[in-house]
Ligand binder design. Structure first.
Ligand SMILES: NC(=O)c1ccc[n+]([C@@H]2O[C@H](COP(=O)([O-])OP(=O)(O)OC[C@H]3O[C@@H](n4cnc5c(N)ncnc54)[C@H](OP(=O)(O)O)[C@@H]3O)[C@@H](O)[C@H]2O)c1
Length: 318
């Protein structure tokens, strides 16, 4: 089968297509013939950084080949002996083995049954692949970490991006009043997702406009931005950081002002995937796929993500 191998950490030229054996499956795994893969910023960061690559993929010393990627949608080709729920021919989607070596940039991927959900018939494999790591992050942040409930005021930074565009829709589904930040270019897109208010982060400072919110989702890689976000959270409210790690000083400020401050990490979870499948099926949320690329252009997809200004998701088709 074709797989996109990372020959060594570095630029996109280090991503090379090779022919390798189809993966063997364990008792609890299924073999998925991949129809679509989605690309995330984390893959571009790991591609360039040996330390984080080893850490996040849990690589053994000298382990090869290294295959990036976690987000797939496709068709079950074979099932392990202990698999009970899925069968050959099922259309499935999910985030494979995060954190860990997902090996999703390939024609076939071995996946634990309990990390997958059945793809709703009403959506394409591209839309399904888009709604995996990014949608799981939004779901786990808002539901598990922040416990968003009807009537909460929720501020979502990077509302036009992969995670943000799902977070706006999921927060609306949960009954929240939603405020989203992006540049002016994405204003109509963010409001079209269901945000009640939009803030243009280029022209305005969000802390001058919003105060006393219940929840902030912050995906900006900057501790000062996180501190500004903390200022607008009300007492007993939550600030969930997706990127910046709070330092001791900021953690102390949060504690003293009785605000919850967490750095979350998404995890593979079939039950959460099933919840997302339900939202997609009943059109409570939609994937916005802004660009698709063929398999051999994964390096181009990486460069697009590295722009920091992708709208919705970028998807690879096979
Ligand atoms: N902790 C975890 O488990 C976890 C999980 C998923 C993602 N993440 C991280 O979260 C970050 C976001 O992920 P993503 O997939 O959503 O990225 P993405 O799709 O690349 O985000 C792009 C979006 O960010 C917006 N943006 C850029 N700078 C902004 C700013 N200062 N304020 C508001 N919006 C801004 C852009 O809007 P404009 O074009 O309008 O500027 C663009 O639409 C990444 O660093 C990713 O690695 C962490």
């Amino acid at each position: 089968m074709k797989a996109m191998i990372l020959k060594s950490p570095g630029g996109t030229e280090n991503l090379v297509i090779e022919d390798i054996a189809v993966p063997a499956i364990g008792d609890n795994e299924v073999l998925v013939k991949v129809s679509a893969i989605s690309i995330n910023p984390v893959e571009t960061k790991l591609r360039q950084n040996a330390y984080f690559l080893n850490l996040v993929l849990h690589l053994e010393d000298g382990e090869a080949p290294v295959i990036l990627g976690w987000d797939i949608s496709g068709v079950v080709e074979a099932t392990g002996r202990a698999v009970t729920r899925l069968q050959k021919g099922d259309d499935v989607f999910g985030m494979v083995n995060f954190t860990g070596h997902g090996k999703a940039y390939a024609e076939y991927v071995a996946v634990r049954e309990d990390q997958l959900a059945i793809k709703p018939r009403s959506i394409t494999h591209q839309e399904a692949a888009a709604a995996t790591l990014a949608a799981l992050t939004a779901w786990q942040t808002l539901v598990h970490y922040a416990g968003v409930k009807a009537g909460d005021r929720v501020l979502i930074h990077s509302a036009a991006g992969g995670v943000g565009h799902f977070a706006v829709q999921i927060a609306r589904h949960l009954g929240a009043y939603v405020i989203g930040t992006s540049s002016a270019t994405n204003r109509d897109f963010v409001l079209g997702l269901g945000a009640h208010e939009h803030i243009d982060y280029v022209a305005e400072r969000f802390e001058d406009i919003v105060k006393e919110v219940d929840v902030v989702v912050d995906s900006i890689p900057d501790l000062q931005h996180l501190e500004r976000s903390l200022q607008v959270v009300k007492c007993r409210g939550s600030l969930i950081s997706l990127v910046a790690f709070p330092d001791e000083r900021l953690s102390r400020i949060a504690l003293m002002s009785r605000k919850f401050l967490y750095r979350m990490e998404v995890g593979s979870d079939g039950d959460d995937m099933q919840s997302i499948a339900g939202l997609l099926e009943y059109r409570r949320i939609r994937s916005h796929v802004s660009q698709t690329f063929p398999f051999d252009q994964i390096p181009r997809a990486h460069r697009q993500l590295e722009s920091g200004h992708t709208r919705g998701k970028v998807v690879i088709t096979l």
